[in-house]
Write a protein that binds this ligand. Structure first.
Ligand code: SF4
Ligand code: SF4
Length: 198
């Protein structure tokens, strides 16, 4: 299963004048005020987090070989921004996001260090977690035994889980927003589009 970068949540996204920081604050606020109603989103997010940690070692083994030799590194700022779906997942776990604002999009990612990405895989922007270049795929496919097939199965399960997180959040959000009209616009019109195949 191959995935590509999705459009990220930048300072102003989707042509709307809703800043990233406001969207993030609104979503964080919903989780703080409606913890019980959003318990299902948190449970699914915990499962996703755990699944991501399980495939981390296999990915690391391969990026450790392929990425070190890469001359066209994909880790630039424009790929390192959170989508609305990422914000839901991160706040469901009670974690914090990093502000994106004011960085040169073509420059190396501000999370990149000499040892690779400074963010734990489970909380990287989804555009990073779902992206595997051809060279990386080629390397992973040579893994002994069923390692690659197992990884691919896990990735597909995680992909389904990711969609469930959004579906559950939207169901709960719509119910909550019906009573709190000021919450109706999170600036997240990209929810569905962001996960559509290119
Ligand atoms: S994932 Fe691919 S493009 Fe990105 S740094 Fe590794 S080898 Fe390069
Ligand atoms: S957040 Fe990490 S994986 Fe994503 S582009 Fe930046 S350094 Fe690379």
């Amino acid at each position: 299963m191959k995935n590509h970068h999705v459009n990220g949540t930048r300072d102003h996204h989707e042509g709307k004048q809703i800043p990233f920081s406001l969207t993030a604050r609104l979503i964080e606020d919903i989780f703080q005020r409606h913890k019980e109603k959003l318990g299902g989103v948190t449970d699914l997010s915990l499962q996703f987090n755990s699944g991501m940690q399980e495939i981390d070692a296999f990915i690391q083994q391969n990026t450790g070989v392929v990425c070190n030799k890469c001359h066209k590194k994909c880790c630039v700022n424009r790929h390192a921004c959170y989508t609305c779906e990422d914000l839901v997942y991160i706040y469901a776990l009670g974690l914090k996001t990093q502000e994106y604002g004011g960085r040169d999009e073509s420059q190396p990612c501000h999370f990149l260090s000499g040892g690779g990405c400074r963010l734990e895989r489970a909380i990287r922007p989804s555009g990073c977690n779902w992206y595997f270049c051809d060279a990386l795929y080629a390397r992973m496919e040579t893994a002994p035994g069923s390692a690659y097939a197992d990884f691919d199965d896990s990735l597909q399960e995680l992909c389904s889980l990711w969609m469930e997180i959004t579906d559950e959040f939207l169901a709960q959000f719509n119910a909550i927003a019906a009573h709190e009209m000021h919450m109706a616009d999170l600036g997240c019109s990209s929810y569905r589009r962001a996960r559509d195949p290119e």
